[in-house]
Design a protein around this ligand. Structure first.
Ligand code: MG
Length: 391
């Protein structure tokens, strides 16, 4: 399919922060995607989780498989709408790079630890990973990704942080939109986790079919599958239902967005950015149903007693690790100790979540903890904190 005029393209790109010669055999966004796949933070996604801790079972989603599902859903929609598939894929594969171990509870715990040091926010951290923390190239810090990929990674941010971010933060202050590929990955992320959390929730036994039959999106497809295949084994009926749920929502996004794009008359990515509303979206009906599903998952899965037990353990681990390293930075790996030394005077003064301000000790420790996988954090905690408790 020929790209639509409002899709991102190498020609209209706002470019990279450090100028580079154009790639010979790839597009600019292909290069972004390739750099993301080769970075260390991407490999760590394999051992980080969103809801279930990594060692709970081999069948649950990890942040890596989640990101691949987001890329798959994103590319399907991008292709149908004539958007840039490479950019969509690059944003999808990078969107979770800044996540801490242990999902949302890990992020909240680290945010609490960093409260007096500029706070911790995973979107901002994903940007920090690709802009600063990945040190792999001779000629520039970070991965030097294009503006459009970075715009997609920074899906939201506080106005205070936006003001510190320069060009990339301006859209939050001016209330403008990101490009269509960024809007799309945002939805693909939501579609992926809502559906795979139903699947993982059922497999774990924390959710059951009777409960899910209160959710319209699930019930509609579950009944249709039951009518069409009355003798299907229960697990296959669930898989077939979830497959159809994803298809239902993806089809809705494609049809709704196609209509909005035509009605809006946008012809260029800059017109997309200036448009008063997002053009990649669900219909009202599907949005309502998705909200019901999200509420259901919140009330029945994310706050399930078993998940909460794991979460409070995770919170304890993050808090204790942070306290240990703040008190005894010599326990950090050598390169982090060097960073603290380079930041001067123990780097106590400044938070430095963003580039341009020197990172302080707390920020460097925050970076180290955020980069940990679930199992690494558990091991480090056992080694550094539990040994002390029993000493
Ligand atoms: Mg995600």
């Amino acid at each position: 399919m020929t790209p639509a005029p409002y899709a991102a393209s190498d020609k209209t790109s706002r470019g990279r922060r450090y100028q580079e010669t154009a790639p010979a055999h790839r597009g600019e966004y292909q290069r972004d995607r390739d750099r993301i796949i080769h970075c260390a933070a991407f490999r760590r996604l394999e051992y980080k989780t969103q809801v279930f801790v990594n060692h709970e079972g081999d069948l649950f989603r990890t942040r890596l498989t989640h990101s691949i599902e987001v890329a798959q859903i994103g590319r399907s929609i991008a292709r149908a709408l004539g958007l840039n598939e490479d950019l969509t894929e690059a944003i999808a594969l990078a969107h979770d790079l800044g996540h801490t171990p242990f999902g949302h509870s890990g992020q909240e715990a680290l945010n609490q630890c960093m409260r007096d040091h500029g706070g911790f926010e995973h979107n901002l951290q994903s940007l920090r990973v690709v802009d600063v923390l990945e040190e792999r190239y001779a000629e520039f810090p970070g991965l030097n990704l294009t503006y459009e990929t970075r715009e997609g990674i920074l899906k939201h941010c506080s106005l205070k942080k936006a003001a510190e971010l320069g060009e990339l933060g301006r859209r939050f202050l001016e209330k403008k939109q990101p490009g269509l590929e960024a809007q799309l990955v945002n939805l693909a992320d939501e579609i992926a986790y809502n559906n795979h959390d139903v699947d993982d929730g059922l497999r774990s036994g924390l959710l059951n079919i009777d409960q899910l039959c209160n959710v319209a999106l699930f019930l509609e497809q579950y009944m249709k599958v039951g009518q069409a295949y009355p003798h299907l084994a229960p697990r296959r009926r669930i898989y077939e239902t979830i497959r159809r749920m994803i298809n239902r929502v993806v089809t809705d996004v494609i049809e709704t967005s196609r209509r909005l794009l035509t009605e809006s008359g946008v012809q260029h990515i800059d017109e997309v950015r200036d448009h008063p509303r997002q053009l990649i979206t669900y219909s009202e009906e599907i949005r309502r149903k998705i909200n019901d599903l999200k509420n259901f998952l919140k009330n029945n899965l994310y706050t399930h007693e078993k998940v909460s037990q794991m979460s409070s353990e995770a919170v304890k681990i993050i808090h204790e690790l942070f306290a240990v390293f703040m008190q005894a930075p010599h326990l950090l790996p050598a390169q982090y100790q060097d960073k603290i030394r380079d930041s001067g005077a123990g780097g106590m003064a400044r938070g430095g979540a963003l580039e341009g301000s020197a990172p302080g000790k707390a920020r460097i420790i925050g970076d180290y903890i955020a980069g940990m996988t679930d199992r690494y954090a558990i091991r480090e905690h056992a080694r550094l904190c539990q040994a002390r408790e029993t000493a």
